[in-house]
Design a protein around this ligand. Structure first.
Ligand code: ATP
Length: 277
């Protein structure tokens, strides 16, 4: 699928210099895809070249949230040119399968598609590639993690106990597979009243910190439950593009800054052992 040369991922049609970030969640609906897109835009805002692979076969919501309006283009049936939104390249299963086909038929497609996304897409030289994983700890996210042993895992959760408990298993999964954990993003952490400013902890409090402690990693940020984020996601207008000074944009920038500050570069020794799959 790829090789590692001089601490960089070498792709058939490009390279990745800094990190592959696999965005995971213990269960669906916690905002994993929303966080993936907004973090991608925040990383781009900080001057990075960013790509996104939407590997969430059940959800494939990346094109809608990012505001992708064109389909990928095939060149000579060998290369795929991904759509771009303000310089962010993205590719989604959603562009290749009929949205109405049963999920059970889409799942086997994913293995081959993921390989194709790495090999055939003309990514160019990227700093970061973000992978929106299927939710949960089942075979699908596991297979992807196995196929991409250089991915670092970022876990999205709500503070709710049920969400943090299942998300904890991702930590165990990552540990077993010797994948690096980047940290936890707590989404829907609180709701702040527009009138009085009071914070309500609708899904409970401190679940993200609990999960980060449990996985011995960092809590990277706490994002509010905010209707603006939902509206912008539905409209395909990521907050950082539409309103860079808003609270939510600033929160995403803070998380992106923490990621940028972490070490980057890829371990060449992993390659021989694991990349043969
Ligand atoms: N902080 C937030 N405030 C308000 N709405 C949010 C927030 N985060 C996400 N949402 C909304 O919650 C819904 C679920 O988000 P999203 O699709 O990102 O979840 P997901 O974890 O990727 O789900 P799945 O994996 O099941 O596809 C969407 O309608 C999204 O706009």
């Amino acid at each position: 699928m790829y090789s590692v040369v001089n601490k960089k991922i070498k792709l058939e049609h490009g390279s990745i210099k800094k990190k592959i970030i696999a965005v995971a969640s213990g269960k669906g609906g916690v905002g994993k895809s929303t966080v993936t897109v907004n973090l991608a835009t925040a990383l781009a805002e900080l001057g990075n070249k960013v790509g996104i692979i939407d590997a969430d076969v059940r959800g494939f919501s990346i094109p809608r949230i990012l505001g992708v309006s064109t389909k990928p283009k095939a060149v000579d049936e060998k290369e795929i040119i991904p759509p771009e939104v303000k310089g962010i390249k993205s590719i989604s299963m959603g562009s290749f399968v009929d949205e109405n086909s049963p999920v059970i038929w889409r799942a086997p497609l994913l293995g081959g598609a993921l390989e194709q996304f790495f090999k055939d897409v003309r990514w160019g030289d990227l700093d970061y590639l973000l992978l929106d994983l299927p939710p949960g700890t089942g075979d699908m996210p596991l297979n992807i993690m196995q196929k991409v042993p250089h991915a670092d895992i970022l876990v999205v959760t709500t503070p709710q106990v049920t969400a943090t408990k299942v998300a904890g298993r991702i930590g165990k999964m990552a540990e077993k597979m010797k994948l690096n954990l980047l940290g936890v993003v707590e989404n829907m952490a609180y709701y702040q009243c527009n009138n009085c400013g009071q914070k309500e902890y609708i899904f409970g409090e401190n679940g993200g910190q609990y999960l980060a402690d449990y996985m011995e990693t960092e809590l990277l940020g706490q994002l509010p439950l905010i209707s603006e984020l939902r509206q912008r996601s539905d409209a395909g207008q990521p907050a950082i593009f539409a309103d860079p000074d808003s609270l939510i944009s600033r929160e995403f920038i803070k998380i992106a800054q923490k990621l940028v500050a972490q070490d980057s570069g890829f371990d060449e020794s992993i390659q021989a052992a694991q990349l043969k799959m």
